[in-house]
Design a protein around this ligand. Structure first.
Ligand SMILES: [Zn+2]
Length: 357
């Protein structure tokens, strides 16, 4: 089945990439994202979101003819065809929210489904680069029917976001305790952190806090994720091997670092990384951010076959992004991964005992 929404989203991303000034580039990028996140497949009856005149014309053209001469001409005139072709190759294996929902509704598939999903383990609050308070994220998760969630703000090693220091983490944990007291067992916020996997594979979990084990400084759930050196052609297997072998790491998050149209992600011998993760009892994440979808279903299947547990997360930075978990779930369902191997389907009790392993 052709994913028309992701095809159109890609064409708008082509237009974004050939713009020479920032404003139109951002506008096309936003339009591309809106189309990828439409709840239904584009058709002549779709009420189009506010995406600007040219973007709307491109959509109508694709609906009428299956392609866009407007985009073809613009790309040809820009003289940047090689760039655009590279971007197109870097959109392989991405799906739109509309197609993700069709996958989740497809009863012929046997993998994990939406009804199995009980908690999201990657999201960001105002404590780092998120838009909402922990309480607002928790309410939105409870509204989606979850029984728990982890808030996983960035550690302060990450230059591009306002990360959490050890002192910040301690304050965040007190706030989390207050929320958990207020929900009185009906919903649980787990104290998580998204640590960076540095170029040499060390993970910047605040080690001091792990050593002193002061109750207000110890995260209950640690994601380790690569955020640097993502464009390199170098083989980075040893980087990820070291990260999954780090005591305290629970989840290898957005493992490849790939980005829609922008980069292929790390060059890694996945078989070795998955074997090491399975041995260390580290879950492999499928990150549902539409521009990440990392790992995609084929690699997620390989991780499952290697004996890994799978984590399915939204990587939401706002309440309306919690829906990204559905894109990640669709990859897991396509990969045929059963609910029992997905840590997000476990009861709170089972999850907490796994976290303390
Ligand atoms: Zn991240």
């Amino acid at each position: 089945m052709v994913d028309l929404n992701i095809f159109v989203s890609g064409l708008l991303d082509d237009l974004a990439s050939i713009q020479t000034s920032v404003y139109p580039r951002r506008a096309y990028e936003r339009a591309a994202r809106k189309i990828a996140l439409l709840p239904e497949r584009l058709s002549s009856s779709t009420i189009l979101p506010d995406v600007g005149k040219t973007a709307t014309a491109v959509i109508r053209e694709v609906l009428a003819t299956g392609d866009s001469t407007t985009v073809a001409k613009a790309v040809a005139q820009s003289g940047r065809m090689p760039d655009v072709e590279q971007r197109r190759a870097r959109r392989d294996g991405f799906m739109s929210l509309a197609v993700a929902r069709l996958v989740l509704e497809d009863a012929s598939l046997e993998g994990v489904g939406l009804a199995d999903y009980r908690g999201d383990f990657q999201m960001h609050s105002q404590w780092s680069d998120g838009q909402r308070s922990i309480a607002e994220m928790a309410l939105a998760c409870a509204d989606r029917g979850y029984s728990h969630m982890a808030v996983t703000d960035h550690t302060d090693g990450l230059a591009i976001t306002r990360g959490l220091s050890t002192a910040g983490m301690s304050a965040q944990h007190r706030e989390t305790d207050a929320i958990n007291e207020a929900t009185a067992g009906k919903f649980l916020v787990i104290k998580g952190i998204e640590a960076n996997i540095l170029a040499d594979g060390t993970v910047d979990v605040p080690q001091a806090s792990l050593k002193t084990r002061r109750p207000y400084c110890v995260p209950q759930l640690v994601l380790a994720a690569p955020h640097s050196k993502l464009d390199s052609d170098e083989n980075q297997t040893s980087r990820l091997l070291r990260a999954v072998a780090t005591p305290g790491v629970h989840i290898l998050a957005h493992p490849s670092g790939r980005k829609f149209g922008k980069r292929d992600g790390l060059q890694v011998d996945w078989a070795r990384v998955f074997a090491a993760a399975a041995a260390a009892n580290v879950a492999i994440e499928i990150d549902g951010d539409p521009s990440r979808q990392d790992l995609p279903y084929a690699l997620a299947r390989q991780a499952f076959d290697a004996g890994c547990l799978i984590a399915i997360d939204s990587d939401a930075h706002d309440t309306d992004e919690l829906v990204f978990a559905e894109i990640a779930l669709a990859h897991a369902r396509l990969a045929g991964i059963p609910a029992s191997r997905v840590i997000n389907t476990w009861s709170t009790k089972k999850l907490l005992s796994w976290l303390k392993r």
